[in-house]
Every structure is written in structure tokens, then in C-alpha cells.
Design a protein around this ligand. Sequence first.
Ligand code: DQA
Length: 142
Amino acid sequence: MKVLVLNGPNLNRLGKREPAVYGSQTLADLEAMCVETGRHIGLEVEARQTNAEHELLEWLHEAADERTPVVLNAAAWTHTSVAVGDACAQLEAPLIEVHISNVHKREAFRHHSYVSAHATGVIAGLGLQGYIAALHYIAAQS
Ligand code: DQA
């Protein structure tokens, strides 16, 4: 089964960006971990990252049309984008919202998510392991 792992803005900076919050592993490390985990548990993982909101919307539309499960870290758009929330509302296959950091321990503006109301589940604060947990959940549903 195909799964999309979608990462939003600034996540291409993993490894350089605020390592005390986001760790020292890079986006390439994360994507390789997800693909490798998928291989072990029978998922065909396609990992993508964008800093352009319209591109994320198009990927979510693609997932809606193809009924593809999604692991989504919408990063800052989580807290700001009605459009990303509206795109998530169109998904029928599982949608797992992931945040590397525990957003609830951080600034108040990170406590609201436009994604969560449409998500099957939400994982925050487990670092990159959150993506792996999300993939295991999706594999267990298939
Ligand atoms: C994040 C948390 C968001 O608040 C932040 O804007 C990010 C990353 C996380 O993975 O912890 O860019 O989604």
C-alpha cells in the first residue's frame, strides 16, 4: 500500500534548524527512515517536503482522489492555514498528524491545529519516531 509522508515549511532545514527542539537528524535521514520502515512493514512510502503551500494542497488533493493514507507534518501551516485544514477534510484514508516537538509544551500559538479535527490521530513530541509510529499504525490498518 502506498503512503504519503508530507512535510511542510522549514522542515527541509532539519539538522540545522533549532537542533535543541528538532534534533540533529536531517530531512534526508527522516525520509530514508520512513522509506526503510515502510519496506519492512509492507508500505510503499513516498516522502515529500515543500515550502510552498499550494504544493502541499495539491498533494493532499492527490491523496484524496487516490484514497492514499497520509502522514502529515504541516509545520507552521498547522497553526495558520484554513486551506490546509479544508484539504485534510477531503481525505478518506487515515491521516496521521505528526509534530516532532510537543507543540502543547510550547508557545500558545502552537496549541491550535487546523489539521487535528480531520486527523485519525495526532502524535507530538516523539521526535522523528513519531513518523515511524504513524507508519506502523497505518500498516496495522491494512
Ligand atoms: C512542528 C511544530 C510547529 O509548531 C512548527 O511550526 C514546525 C514544526 C514540529 O514538527 O514540531 O515547523 O510541526
